[in-house]
Design a binder for this molecule. Sequence first.
Ligand SMILES: N[C@@H](CCC(=O)N[C@@H](CS)C(=O)NCC(=O)O)C(=O)O
Length: 112
Amino acid sequence: MCSPPGACRTRGWNGLDAPGARPDLDGMPKIEIYVQDFCPYCARAVALFQKKGIPFEEKYAPHGSANRAEAVERSGGRTTVPQVFIDGRHIGGSDDLLALDRAGKLDPLLAA
Ligand SMILES: N[C@@H](CCC(=O)N[C@@H](CS)C(=O)NCC(=O)O)C(=O)O
């Protein structure tokens, strides 16, 4: 679900927009990151997936947007961004994501 249309985009391993069908995404885990502008924590989460070469969907979720409300609901009430989901599973914010990575528990979730 992406509202309004255009508020979400898929970014490839190199961080460039990857619009339209992406056959190369078949079998990859579905990464969703809710973000807003001027958000260093969002940039940190995005940079981790870029470093790992994992494409992800960036959902633009500024205050008051439908995407922000969706992020709050899906995360069980977390009001900050980023909020990260892997195959629908809530991972948390940037600190949670990096802690998971440091613990060696992120890569297994990303293995196709
Ligand atoms: N510990 C959180 C911090 C996230 C955070 O503070 N994000 C800021 C934006 S960079 C935020 O959402 N602030 C509250 C707001 O904008 O309403 C994390 O690691 O994700």
